[in-house]
Design a binder for this molecule. Structure first.
Ligand code: URA
Length: 207
């Protein structure tokens, strides 16, 4: 969990019912950029020799292949700009997963991802880790394509969702979750408490 006063402040404004969509979108991007800094701490790098105006030196470049950023449609799209601002060389894949509001199960309705993800570091963007159904489905999707290093960036997590991901993934691969807050619980409708409401609706309106 990112423990920083700027993260805490931005998240508090984000939670407020009165925060309008344009501010909500802006704050989401800013929060993701802060979380991305933490989330990329283990990103693969390689040594390079460079020439400064004064001398040659050994420096660091991001390694190949480029990282893959995967926003989960629709609410994850609101996090994309904040992530690519920090990681402009990343490629972007898309995964459309929607939860059935009665069973809370994740259903795939769109995907645009490379077939082979072996050796790729993947960064999944989804603002709310609630029951964990969507995130587990997304991680499984990436595993099926060979990914073994998956970092998930969320704004909020419910303890129930964290446990569901932990139980489903076990020690099969390297999965990390970076979040701005672990909230209290889920309510009977599957919303995070205290949460921030429906992230997709607050980003894009009720459509
Ligand atoms: N999805 C949301 O947008 N909000 C929640 O509280 C839970 C899931």
């Amino acid at each position: 969990m990112a423990n920083h006063p700027l993260v805490a402040h931005k998240l508090t404004v984000l939670r407020e019912t009165t925060t309008p969509s344009p501010t909500f979108r802006q704050l989401t991007e800013e929060l993701v950029t802060l979380l991305a800094y933490e989330a990329t701490r283990e990103i693969a790098v390689e040594e390079v020799e460079i020439t400064t105006p004064v001398a040659t030196a050994i420096g660091t470049h991001l390694a190949s292949p480029n990282a893959l950023v995967v926003p989960i449609l629709r609410a994850g799209l609101g996090m994309l700009e904040g992530m690519t601002r920090l990681l402009p060389t990343a490629e972007v894949g898309f995964l459309g997963l929607q939860r059935n509001e009665e069973t809370f199960e994740a259903v795939t309705y769109a995907n645009r991802l490379p077939d082979d993800l072996s050796g790729r570091q993947c960064y999944v963007l989804d603002p709310m880790l609630a029951t964990g159904g969507t995130l587990v489905a997304a991680i499984e999707y990436l595993f099926e394509r060979g990914a073994r290093h998956v970092t998930c960036i969320t704004l909020l997590c419910a303890p129930e969702g964290l446990k569901a991901v932990e139980d489903a993934i076990g020690d099969r691969a390297d999965v990390t979750i970076v979040t701005a807050s672990i909230d209290e619980r889920l309510n009977e409708k599957g919303y995070i408490v205290p949460g921030l409401g429906d992230a997709g609706d607050r980003l894009y309106g009720v459509v």
